[in-house]
Design a protein around this ligand. Structure first.
Ligand SMILES: Cc1ncc(COP(=O)(O)O)c(C=O)c1O
Length: 394
């Protein structure tokens, strides 16, 4: 589907009064409701019709008693993975959860002990650090290298951090939010080889797996090198970023290793007694089966938005836009043109944008800003016009 068609059918330029975090919490979180919302990672796009139809059809049945996850759901997940990544998970090893973040916190809790060291590659999604701190584990942050906006993984530094701190678990972000990286085979292999050598378990958060742009390929960690590492990987995944279904609260955990799967099942048997949500299951299954055309149009729109933004900022040689290999979250390093302490005031008060700031993702990234590109192109143009206008005044 082309961008014009996609925007005509699905772009929602105003989501006020829908209890939207991104739109209706501006005043509460930023103290100002008149900002262009480019923060929370959801999309200002309607879901595909097949999703809406599936939810309406289920609602029209009118009976919402206890229900289980049907085989057709697991099959749809496995079919999608196979079609897009050439990897078919064993459907018996998929567990449905109500969001990736919950699954992440549980994983840290069940696979490590209080006081154990858990490593993350910063800058990274802030809930990774929260999961480690909240569960009373020791947070080991290892910064990615960054040169003019390009983030790379330093294997020696990673291994040294693991050895020096006796790390037990690595929470991986693949693709990586907010660095925009889609890890290459050799980078993934280095990460996994190091973890294997030192007995480190890997929780691989692949929620952004479908948001990968031309020239890049997402490799599910469990499928790396023909599945060589799958026994030491817990994969967290979902279609919620892909199809904008965050509040459908339906995501997947895939665990190949029988021992680790048993730990998962024992843990959830103790603490998790909630049935799956019939609307979420219907929505995800419908999206996976009928959402390909929408998915294509959505990716083209995001890429178009990225190009507008990057081209405009490209006129300032000292502003570095991280190449968007994956995710719809663009990370920009303003440190050479705006003092890091003034970055927030510049973006919010002058440019009138609600964004996320680098320090949320790692303490050394103050002066970076993360912008959510999943919005109609007019919104993105407004934001970039404001930024360009204010940069010219500096
Ligand atoms: C890497 C990553 N994991 C998880 C989430 C959220 O997952 P969920 O909404 O399923 O809890 C996000 C949202 O931005 C994310 O970027």
């Amino acid at each position: 589907m082309d961008i014009k068609e996609f925007c005509k059918r699905y772009a929602v330029p105003d989501r006020h009064n829908t209890n939207s975090f991104k739109w209706d919490l501006l005043k509460e979180k930023f103290g100002d409701e008149d900002l262009i919302p480019m923060w929370v990672a959801d999309m200002d796009f309607k879901a595909p019709e097949c999703v809406v139809d599936a939810i309406v059809k289920r609602a029209e049945h009118g009976v919402f008693g206890y229900a289980f996850t049907p085989d057709s759901y697991y099959k749809a997940v496995a079919d999608w993975e196979e079609r897009h990544f050439g990897y078919r998970p064993d459907t018996k090893k998929i567990r449905v959860t109500h969001g990736v973040v919950s699954a992440l916190f549980w994983s840290v809790d069940m696979y490590t002990e209080p006081g154990d060291a858990v490593i993350i590659l910063t800058p990274v999604y802030n809930q990774f650090a929260n999961a480690v701190r909240t569960t009373g584990r020791r947070l080991i942050s290892c910064d990615l290298d960054c040169d003019k906006g390009i983030f790379t993984f330093d294997a020696d530094k990673f291994e040294k951090s693991i050895v020096d701190n006796d790390v037990k678990l690595y929470i991986m972000c693949s693709p990586h939010n907010p660095a925009g990286r889609v890890w290459k085979q050799d980078e993934l292999t280095d990460m996994l080889e190091i973890c294997r050598k030192h007995g480190v378990l890997v929780v691989s958060d692949e929620i952004h797996h479908d948001l990968v742009f031309d020239g890049h390929k997402h490799i599910p960690t469990a499928s790396l090198c023909g599945g060589k590492y799958k026994d030491m990987v817990i994969t967290l995944s979902a279609s919620s970023k892909t199809f904008n279904l965050a509040t459908c609260l339906t995501s997947n955990v895939i665990i190949d290793n029988e021992r680790l799967l048993k730990i998962w099942d024992d843990f959830t048997a103790r603490y998790f007694h909630v049935e799956d949500n019939v609307f979420g299951l219907a929505a995800v299954e419908a999206a996976l089966k009928g959402g390909e055309d929408w998915y294509d149009g959505m990716k083209k729109t995001i890429w178009h938005n990225y190009e507008i933004f990057k081209d405009a900022l490209g006129k300032w040689p000292d502003i570095y836009v991280s190449p968007l290999e994956g995710t719809y979250l663009m990370f920009v390093d303003f440190r050479k043109v705006i003092p890091a302490d003034e970055c927030r005031a510049f973006i919010q008060d002058k440019c009138r944008i609600a964004a996320n700031y680098g320090e949320n993702y790692g303490e050394n990234f103050k002066g970076f800003v993360r912008f959510n590109l999943a919005a109609p192109p007019e919104t993105i143009k407004k934001a970039i016009d404001n930024i360009v206008r204010e940069l010219k005044k500096l």
